[in-house]
Structure formats: structure tokens, C-alpha cells
Write a protein that binds this ligand. Structure first.
Ligand code: NAD
Length: 255
């Protein structure tokens, strides 16, 4: 099947769907300039994810995370803008077809694009919280604090931590329950830019498929669930969705 045939099949599936769920991973934001963990693009190789994204290491040496935040994460986040795929999902939500976005991403770009209903399975790196008093900080505030104090701390004396799920931490229970409900409630489940190897998040596509939904996977590389999917498109999420969702007017700039 050619990519154009696959895109036209995806168009038909979306047109006939009334309860579409989109499940997004790091690949969705690759076209926004945010590197994935797996696949091409080793921008983050200077810092080791086994250290900056590990809860035990964070408690042992929080300054490692905050150096990574200052040198890599903050500049990348400040530059990143939502891409065509994020905007296409907003459009589908407005049309009433898309009932839920479930994301593994922590970059907040769905909300930046205007998405109303997003389940964040792994948190959001733009929120930073005090582990003692719960006060919330923006990334700009903490970036400023880092010029004077490294690692940064709350005036109450508490340690600051990004509101993300580090390796070694459980996923938020409420987000898991909502994602499960959405997977059971949908008629089509669209995976975009996820390697589907990170669990328990990757269980949801299988659950939706077992419950009768059509499973569509759009990803650059193969995934372990390609064999059970109804449609697989190996391509870039933004390019594929640009070919699928048509817009009236000139409100969206696809450049
Ligand atoms: P992953 O890094 O394991 O895999 C990304 C997948 O996206 C790869 O299989 C790759 O082939 C594919 N890909 C790359 N560019 C693409 C594109 N333009 N279009 C479609 N597919 C593309 O990502 P994951 O499965 O989401 O799991 C990684 C974990 O890392 C997640 O839990 C997430 O929290 C975290 N993470 C988040 C971000 C982010 O928030 N943007 C970035 C990196 C990692």
C-alpha cells in the first residue's frame, strides 16, 4: 500500500468515527524540535536519562537534573512550538470527533496548541512543584532561581521537582483510570509517534483494540503492536495528519 492509499484509509476511518482517541508519544513533538528518547537525534546525549529522569538519582544528586534543565530542557522548551499534528488534533476535538487525547509527552504542546482535554500520563515538565509545601512554579521562575541557587529550593526550604513521572515512580492513578475509560469508550484509537515500548502506557492501544476499536498506528519506525493494528503508517505524524485533516479558511499556518 502506498502512503497516499494509507492516508486515504485513515481519512475514511476518522470520517466514520464518532469516539476517536489519540494516544501521543515523543515522536509527535519531534517535528516541534523536541528530541525523542528512541530513534534518530541524540541532542540529549550529554546528559544521561538514566540519571536526569530517575527518582533515586534525583534524590541522591538533584543538581544533575537542574543542570540538564538549565542547559537542555529549558532552551528546547522555550523554542518549541506546536506543529501540524498538534493543531490537527485540536481541529478534530472542535469538530467533536476526538473525545480524548492521552499523551506520554511532558512538553505541554497539546495545551499550547489549544487542546482542551488532555490526559498527561507522565506529567508536565513545565510545572515545577515544591515537594514540601506543594507551591507551583513556572519554568521561567525556576530558570531565574538557578542563576543564584543550584539546585533551587522553595522559600519554605523544600526541594523543587518537575511535575513529571521519573523512572521509579508510579503513574498518576486518576490519569490511568481516565485513560482506561477512554480506551474502552472509543471506536477508533489513533497512536501518533510512540514506540509503544513504555508500559503501562502502551497497554491502552491493546486494550482499545481488544474492546473492538479500530487501532491505527502512525509512527516513523515499527512498533510491537503493528501486527495487531488495523492500519499502520510509517511516516511523520505532522505530515500524515496534514494530509488527513482539511481546514477551512487560513487560520492554520502549516509551514
Ligand atoms: P520514544 O522516544 O520511545 O519513541 C518515539 C517514537 O517516535 C519512535 O518510535 C520514532 O520512530 C517515532 N518518531 C520520531 N519522529 C516521528 C515523527 N515525526 N512522527 C511520527 N513518529 C516519529 O517515545 P515514547 O514512546 O513517547 O516514550 C518515551 C518516553 O519519553 C515517554 O514516556 C515520554 O514521557 C518521554 N519523552 C517525552 C518527550 C516529550 O514530551 N516531547 C520527549 C522525549 C521523551
Amino acid at each position: 500500500m502506498t502512503v497516499n492509499d494509507a492516508i486515504s484509509q485513515l481519512k475514511d476511518i476518522i470520517a466514520s468515527s464518532s469516539h476517536l482517541v489519540a494516544f501521543t508519544g515523543a515522536g509527535l513533538s519531534a517535528e516541534s524540535g523536541i528530541p525523542t528518547y528512541r530513534g534518530e537525534g541524540g541532542l540529549w546525549t550529554k546528559y544521561d536519562p538514566a540519571k536526569y529522569a530517575n527518582i533515586d538519582y534525583f534524590h541522591k544528586d538533584p543538581s544533575y537534573y537542574w543542570s540538564f534543565f538549565r542547559d537542555v530542557r529549558y532552551p528546547v522548551l522555550k523554542k518549541a512550538q506546536p506543529n501540524a499534528a498538534h493543531y490537527a488534533l485540536v481541529e478534530l476535538e472542535k469538530r467533536g470527533t476526538l473525545i480524548q487525547v492521552i499523551t506520554q509527552n511532558i512538553d505541554g504542546l497539546h495545551q499550547e496548541a489549544g487542546q482542551e482535554d488532555v490526559i498527561e500520563l507522565h506529567g508536565n515538565t513545565r510545572r515545577i512543584i515544591c515537594l514540601d509545601c506543594g507551591k507551583e512554579y513556572t519554568i521561567d521562575e525556576v530558570y531565574g532561581m538557578l542563576k543564584h541557587e543550584h539546585p533551587p529550593s522553595c522559600p519554605c526550604g523544600g526541594r523543587l521537582k518537575p511535575d513529571v513521572v521519573f523512572f521509579g515512580e508510579p503513574l498518576p492513578q486518576l490519569a490511568l483510570e481516565k485513560a482506561r475509560d477512554a480506551a474502552l469508550d472509543c471506536d477508533s484509537f489513533l497512536v501518533l509517534g510512540s514506540s509503544l515500548v513504555v508500559t503501562p502506557a502502551a497497554h491502552f492501544p491493546r486494550l482499545a483494540k481488544e474492546n473492538g476499536a479500530a487501532l491505527i498506528i502512525v509512527n516513523l519506525d515499527e512498533t510491537p503492536l503493528d501486527t495487531i493494528a488495523d492500519l499502520v503508517i510509517h511516516g511523520k505524524a505532522g505530515e500524515v495528519l496534514s494530509g488527513v485533516i482539511e481546514y477551512g479558511g487560513n487560520s492554520i499556518n502549516w509551514d
